[in-house]
Design a protein around this ligand. Structure first.
Ligand code: F6R
Length: 242
């Protein structure tokens, strides 16, 4: 894993968005894996601006998001489809039918998971997957204990993850208990991975990622076995990494 250490969140967002734009511009067909949450918000802001200013286009880009809550509709402001439309897709030159997010309201959730993996395979796999890091080491919604062989799957969210995400919901009870997520194996099949880490609250997790052993107690540790991972992290997150 290559570590790019930056001073603060805005610098992380600037470096990461430039990284993504360079990849998109280098080819005429690009498959981009995306994440939600707080970490990539700054990137989406920059991608919106640069797209509007004609610096690059999304026309040849297909996107696949990591995950979606089970049971929330697209119109629900807490669904990841809503988040992506609101923060990126509604403002850039991408056609919605090039944007894929698991359907957490599918009648048959298991079939939806399988369909999702097949769709990724049909387009030739993900060229670059953007990831955030959970405080407990989750990637996507693959919580500690998840098999490294997992493909897209339905998962129960841990109380710690539900608590971490409760800030977006009116009450803790409103936070969904399940999600669909790309599995660890799905993520590992991406040709390249960009992991973004910002803030004090991620420092312990980042330290464990770099200094700990590879174990499914800490799903992100599997990334150490991927041949092409770049980590961009700010000073608050990296102060424990030696
Ligand atoms: C989001 C996702 C999660 C987040 C992680 C960090 O699609 O899959 O793994 O990347 O929980 O979340 P933030 O960025 O909110 O700290």
């Amino acid at each position: 894993m290559d570590l790019i250490q930056v001073d603060h969140y805005d610098e992380m967002s600037a470096r990461a968005s430039q990284f993504i734009i360079n990849k998109i511009r280098a080819t005429n067909k690009f498959v981009l894996g995306l994440a939600t949450g707080s970490t990539p918000e700054g990137i989406y802001r920059i991608l919106r601006e640069k797209n509007k200013n004609g610096v690059f286009s999304f026309q040849n880009v297909t996107t696949f998001n990591l995950d979606e809550y089970v049971g929330l509709s697209e119109e629900d402001s807490n669904s990841y489809r809503y988040y992506m439309n609101d923060k990126l897709f509604n403002h850039v030159d991408i056609s919605k039918d090039q944007t894929f997010i698991p359907n957490g309201n599918a009648a048959d959730l298991k079939a939806e998971c399988q369909r999702y993996d097949e769709r990724i395979e049909r387009v030739g796999g993900i060229d670059l997957q953007v990831l955030g890091l959970g405080m407990n080491g989750h990637i996507g919604f693959n919580e500690p204990g998840t098999s490294f062989h997992s493909k897209t799957q339905i998962v129960d969210l841990t109380t710690s993850t539900r608590k971490a995400n409760a800030r977006f919901f009116a009450t803790m009870e409103d936070v969904p208990k399940q999600a669909i997520t790309m599995g660890v194996a799905t993520i590992m099949q991406s040709k390249e991975i960009l992991l973004l880490v910002s803030g004090d609250q991620k420092a312990d997790a980042l330290e464990r990622l770099f200094n700990g052993k590879v174990s499914n107690d800490f799903p992100a540790s599997r990334l150490k076995e991927h041949p092409k991972v770049t980590v961009i992290a700010d000073q608050k997150a990296t102060h424990c990494v030696r």
